[in-house]
Structure formats: C-alpha cells, structure tokens
Design a protein around this ligand. Sequence first.
Ligand code: ADP
Ligand code: MG
Length: 256
Amino acid sequence: MDGISIEGLGKGFGGTRVLRGVSLAVAAGEFVALLGPSGCGKSTLLRCIAGIEQPDAGSIRIGGREVTGLRPSGRDVAMVFQSYALYPHLTVEENIAVPLAMRRLNAAQRLPFLGALLPGTRAARESITKDVRQAAGALGLGALLSRRPGQLSGGQRQRVALARAIVRRPTAFLMDEPLSNLDASLRVQTRREIVAIHKAAGVATVYVTHDQSEALTMADRVAVMQAGEILQIAPPAEIYANPQDLRVATFIGSPR
Ligand code: ADP
Ligand code: MG
C-alpha cells in the first residue's frame, strides 16, 4: 500500500475520547475528503497523520512505512492549514523554496561532510529553482515569483502555501479546511486548482472540511465523520444515494 493506511487510531484529551478507533486507507493518487461537523475530531485525525499529535492507540503507515511515533519531519507528508504563515520578508520564490532548502539542511546535518558541498552547488541551486518554478507554474504564480506576501491577495497567498506544500512531492498531502478564509467566488476557483494539483502530483490526499459541497465536488471518496468515528466512506454519489447510517443521512440531508 503506497498511500496512507490507518488502523484503529485512538486519541483522548484528558477524559474526552476524540478519536474512537478510526481506520482509513487512502491509495496513492486518491483524494479522500474527511467530512463532519465541527468538533468531531477531523483536525485531530489529520494532525495524528502528520505527526503533530501522537495517538494513544493504533498505527499509521505512509508510503508502506510504519511511521507511528515518528516526528513530522520523519514522515513524507505535507500539510496546509486554514491559517498559513508565509515568511513576510521572503519573496514568493523563496517562500516556495523553503522546504527544499530545509531538506538539504537536514541531510547536511545527518552527514556533516556534505554540509560544505550541498547547499551552494550550482546543480543543487538549479534543481531547487526548477522544482520551485514548476510548483509555482502549476498554481498560476509564475508572474509573481519576486513579490513578497504583503503584495499578494489572500487567494494568491493561499496558492503560495499550496505550492510550498507540493514542491517536495510528498507521499501524503494533508489539508485542513484550506479554503475557509477565502471569499465564496475564490473558494470555488481554488477548489478546482487543488483538485488539479492533486491529479498532477498523483499524491494520496486527505482533505478536511465541514462543507458538504466541497467534499462532494472534490473527492474520489468521502469519509463521513461524527464524534470520533468514521460512519461511512464511499464515493460522493453513493453517500447520497445510499447513506448507511441514520446519522449520515441526517447530516448529508440537512440544508446548509
Ligand atoms: P474538528 O476539526 O472536527 O472541528 P478537532 O479535532 O479540532 O475537531 O477537535 C475535536 C475535539 O477535541 C474537540 O472537542 C476539541 O475541543 C478537542 N481537542 C482538540 N485538540 C485538543 C487539545 N490539544 N487539547 C484538548 N482538547 C482538544
Ligand atoms: Mg478542525
């Protein structure tokens, strides 16, 4: 299994159980939306996959590798949050290059003798520039590379955050309500862009949202979550046509 595979994940805070034995498999190249009401545990599940939060029980495999217990930097994941921080003093191009520069830095720290060789070589710089321009191009940022975040619109800033996430070509791409700070018209356009990036990158994607129309229009499969459990996971049309649980039918059927 090349994508993401989660078995029996449990997580509590104090006396509250937030994840109650969640299992989920996302294939390489698949887009799964995690849909559920506020407070049901979506962000906690995503943070466990990213390694920002450690589960109390269960296991997580990414790219066929057991990663439970590993730090975020030890997993091949990229995450985009609802509120994303760009470096205000760096250009768009430099912001997108940060994860690539960090990766080289990590490698140099593990192998100190490389430190002197790696960051500055012409081949290394050219390879970073090429990857950065490709990611920027995929998000329509090609003409904005030398701007700073303060000179961009909210939608453009969010696209820089997305480009920064995909530039490393991660095995898992995790997004937590990435569009909730955008206005309605921009949200629909950015939906399409995210799906296009996902397709181009062929990466296992988990997309958290409480917005039904986002989940149903973007995802290959929708996982309906409530109170720390996944109630049903199926393609959007099937969730609508055949809800397997009264709680799914109630949530999907309720007007928004
Ligand atoms: P969602 O993303 O679906 O809105 P969350 O995963 O953020 O839900 O939160 C699920 C529940 O866990 C909520 O009741 C929230 O208050 C609680 N929770 C999340 N993170 C923490 C934390 N670090 N400490 C204590 N409680 C938390
Ligand atoms: Mg959340």
